[in-house]
Design a protein around this ligand. Structure first.
Ligand SMILES: Nc1ncnc2c1ncn2[C@@H]1O[C@H](COP(=O)(O)OP(=O)(O)OP(=O)(O)O)[C@@H](O)[C@H]1O
Ligand SMILES: O=C(O)c1ccc[n+]([C@@H]2O[C@H](COP(=O)([O-])O)[C@@H](O)[C@H]2O)c1
Length: 234
């Protein structure tokens, strides 16, 4: 009876990002955790006002459009790979006024999915290292789990501050299964990804003479089409 209940807990993955633009690093992160965490649903959530990213960002509606296009490519990849996870692109941060705080998003999604769903915020290790700068960061694990992927140029062991060390001591789970069974409060560190792509690097490439060399191994094809059609990042 217990195991039946555990198997029927709904498992939601949340991938928030500025997505300026979305790239294959985002899609591979999403694909990896959809498989590892057996996600029922994955939400891509473009940040409305990414308050730490400075000025000169692409406007939110265009980043949403790019994320929706990337979602189409991700859905195709899931179909090809036989991953049954449903993909949604959610505009809740864009529709909320003011700076986009993950804590507000986590609370809103907890209301939506109810107390028993397993909700996991997916992120690269750079986001975990930066976590103590987020608004009300120490409350986030009361609403979601964290699944954290390795990323080139960021080393947890070298850059970890004491606050993250304490957080890991209290919340880390060695097995991903723990997150499937916990609605919130667990952290899973995954060292198997090493995708050397970033939006910053791609924006720089799109501004340069190497613009035409960008391929769908870097930016998903449908998003790249919009970038080309709208002449973005020139
Ligand atoms: N190559 C990658 N490997 C692992 N995680 C990634 C990768 N790229 C992005 N992420 C994660 O995806 C989330 C959203 O990232 P974001 O949209 O800021 O992309 P970015 O490439 O980090 O952007 P920028 O270069 O503008 O800072 C973050 O949690 C980030 O850690
Ligand atoms: O809550 C915060 O204060 C906060 C500060 C920085 C980033 N975040 C969230 O972290 C996710 C990745 O952010 P970024 O800046 O790396 O694109 C995205 O969902 C952001 O809204 C959240």
């Amino acid at each position: 009876m217990t195991s039946l209940r555990l198997n029927t807990i709904k498992k939601i993955g949340i991938l928030g990002g500025t997505f300026d633009p979305p790239h294959l690093g985002h899609l591979k992160l999403a694909t990896h955790f959809a498989k590892v965490l057996h996600l029922d649903e994955l939400l891509l959530i473009p940040s409305g006002e990414p308050w730490q990213k400075g000025t000169g960002l692409t406007n939110a509606e265009t980043r949403l459009q790019l994320t929706e296009a990337a979602g189409v490519d991700l859905a195709r990849a899931f179909q090809y790979l036989g991953i049954p996870t449903q993909i949604g692109v959610d505009r809740l941060e864009i529709d909320r006024a003011g700076p986009s705080y993950a804590i507000d998003t986590a609370k809103a999604l907890r209301e939506r999915f109810g107390p028993n769903s397993s909700m996991t915020w997916l992120m690269g290790v750079d986001s975990l290292l930066n976590l103590p700068t987020w608004n009300s960061w120490d409350q986030l694990l009361n609403y979601v789990n964290f699944a954290v992927a390795s990323r080139p140029h960021y080393a947890l062991s070298l850059e970890m501050n004491p606050q993250i060390e304490v957080l890991l001591t209290q919340h880390q789970s060695i097995n991903a299964d723990a997150l499937e069974k916990s609605p919130f409060g667990r952290i899973y560190l995954d060292n198997s990804l090493s995708i050397d792509l970033s939006s910053t690097h791609l924006r720089n490439q799109l501004k340069s003479s190497a613009r035409s060399e960008i391929a769908s191994e870097q930016i998903p094809a449908h998003a790249l089409e919009i970038i080309t059609n709208l002449g973005l990042y020139k």
